[in-house]
Structure formats: C-alpha cells, structure tokens
Design a protein around this ligand. Sequence first.
Ligand code: CU
Length: 114
Amino acid sequence: MPIRTLRRVSCVLFLGARLFAAAAGSSVACAQTPGAVVIKNFMFTPMAMTVKAGSTVTWKNLDGEPHTVVNDAGLFRSAALDQNETYQFKFDKPGVYKVFCGIHPTMKETITVE
Ligand SMILES: [Cu+2]
C-alpha cells in the first residue's frame, strides 16, 4: 500500500475516534478535564468536582447572560463574565469550597480540594 493511502487511512481512524469521544457524552469529557467548569443554561457543570491542591480551575461562561464566580467564604469573586469569557482561580489549600453566581444565587457548585 502506498504511503499516501496509509496516511489517509490513519487520519480517518483518528477522526472517527474523535467523533466517538464526542458522541460518548459531555460528562465523560468533563471528567477528563478536572480543572474546567462550564457555565451554561444558568448552571455550573459539573456541579461538584474534586481537584488536587495547587490546581487552577477555569470557569467559562457559554451563556448570553453574564454570570459571576463567587466563593461564599469570600476567597474569590470574579467580575461579571460575558459570553465566552473565563475566570481562573488557583486552589492552594485543601478544603470544601462553595461557589455561586452573584447575579443568580441559585446557581451553585462545590469544589473539593484534596
Ligand atoms: Cu449567573
């Protein structure tokens, strides 16, 4: 088989694997990136996550509405995040951190740092 054909075959296999991973569901994708929180449909996703001490968590707002990322103990408070904007915080100490949106206080999540 010529090299060019081999390359094309492996490329198609690679794309197929990517599509399969996408079809397997967003919860799987989230589990593979523990430092990432998506804000969508007025929810933090995942609503509960565990990271290692020293990890930086990134929040990204996908909604057209602005949201904020606020710790109820006052450790951090983001500015209002417009669509596709991100906020990052580095968790140095182990503990359980409650997070909510300052604009929509019913939006909540818990981040456990171990
Ligand atoms: Cu909000």
